[in-house]
Design a protein around this ligand. Structure first.
Ligand code: SF4
Length: 371
């Protein structure tokens, strides 16, 4: 499949007058409205939307498709938040709960340091035993193992909690952690910004506005972040568009987002399993990728995480607006807890043959794309 079409040809492939109008706006680099985004979600010919998304993707990233080589550390699964969307967290003392010591974490990094990793990705639960000193020791310890390792760590939810617990501002928290080695922030915890949906899927977590504020504060300290969106649960198309428009607005102000990362909801083992029996289908997954590429005109990268969508569809995603497939993610636990069925790790060779097979040029990067 190759959606690569030239400027003047683009409208020839489109059937509906409204999508032709949208194509004209895209060709003249005009921003799409919320109504147009909604139309794209409702539009049944998703491969036409994909043609437009591929056009924008090739303008921004050319023939490159990015992937990374990282070790995943989920330092604790003890969490006070109890989000119904979560299959990973446990109570303190519950069977299977854990918090890794600094030494255990550094031992793990030592174990993988010569196995090609270039990045350490750290996220965990909101746990009262996690202190700023613990995080500083982890980050500086990783840097002392290899100064070049990029550290991408923690969600806005964890930063908000730690700053309040330690009674310091987010600005001070970010300055100290950056000094200890923090490189960038993965962007989790955004879920869906609509407060009515958040009340059901993640009632204890910070609000969408607070998530945006934490991201903004990080950007102001020179720390780049990603922005996630969890979809395929009880949200509507309008909720998705509202989410994207809020991200686009903050990006206009700070320019601090690197990639948009849509996360497919995996219902298994979560408290929402009774409401969302099946995870969303591949058409919806591809639609989210294509629409986000078109709505988020100020984002350089759209990630199609192989762990969330399955290896068999990521080649198609590269032709529907995605330019980044995520990382090797050695030892990832969170998606697996919720029934993610992808194989354990993807090796460099797997990424490269997949990307070349899809007609793109593989580029291995760390999460900040060398910013
Ligand atoms: S989603 Fe995150 S904040 Fe919510 S319960 Fe799970 S680990 Fe805790």
């Amino acid at each position: 499949m190759n959606n690569c079409v030239k400027n003047n040809d683009i409208t020839e492939y489109l059937s509906d007058p409204l999508i032709k109008d949208i194509a004209k706006k895209i060709l003249s680099e005009e921003r799409l409205t919320a109504e147009e985004g909604l139309f794209l979600f409702q539009y049944e010919h998703i491969f036409e939307t994909g043609i437009l998304a591929d056009f924008v993707r090739r303008k921004k990233a050319g023939d490159a498709a990015f992937y990374g080589n990282n070790l995943n550390i989920n330092h604790t699964n003890i969490c006070e938040m109890k989000c119904p969307i979560c299959a990973f967290s446990k109570d303190e003392g519950e069977h299977g709960s854990y918090t890794m010591t600094v030494e255990e974490i550094l031992k793990k990094v030592e174990k993988y340091k010569d196995k090609g990793i270039e990045e350490v990705h750290i996220v965990g639960g909101v746990n009262k035993h996690i202190t700023l000193t613990y995080l500083e020791e982890i980050f500086s310890g990783i840097k002392s193992i290899n100064e070049k390792f990029h550290i991408q760590a923690l969600t806005a939810v964890e930063y908000d909690y730690i700053s309040k617990k330690e009674n310091i501002s987010l600005k001070t928290l970010f300055r100290r952690l950056k000094k200890a080695g923090l490189g960038s922030i993965p962007g989790g915890g955004a879920e869906i910004f609509n407060p009515e949906i958040r009340k059901i899927i993640t009632p204890d977590k910070i609000s969408g506005d607070m998530w945006l504020e934490v991201s903004e504060k990080a950007h102001r300290e020179g720390i780049h972040t990603n922005a996630t969106m969890l979809y395929g649960h009880i949200e509507s198309y309008s909720d998705r568009i509202d989410h994207m428009i809020k991200l686009r607005k903050l990006q206009d102000e700070t320019g601090g987002f690197m990639a948009f990362v849509p996360l497919t909801f995996h219902p298994y083992n979560t408290k929402l399993e009774h409401m969302v029996k099946e995870k969303t289908d591949i058409y919806d997954i591809l639609k989210v990728i294509a629409v986000s590429r078109l709505m988020l005109d100020n984002f350089d990268h759209i990630k199609a995480l192989w762990m969330y969508m399955g290896q068999e569809f990521i080649e198609v995603a590269l032709h529907m607006g995605a330019d980044d497939l995520g990382s090797t993610s050695i030892e990832e636990q969170i998606v697996k807890s919720a029934g993610g069925k992808t194989k354990d790790i993807m090796k460099n060779e797997d990424f490269e043959s997949l990307i070349i097979g899809a007609g793109f040029i593989p580029k291995r990067v760390v999460s900040n794309y060398g910013i």
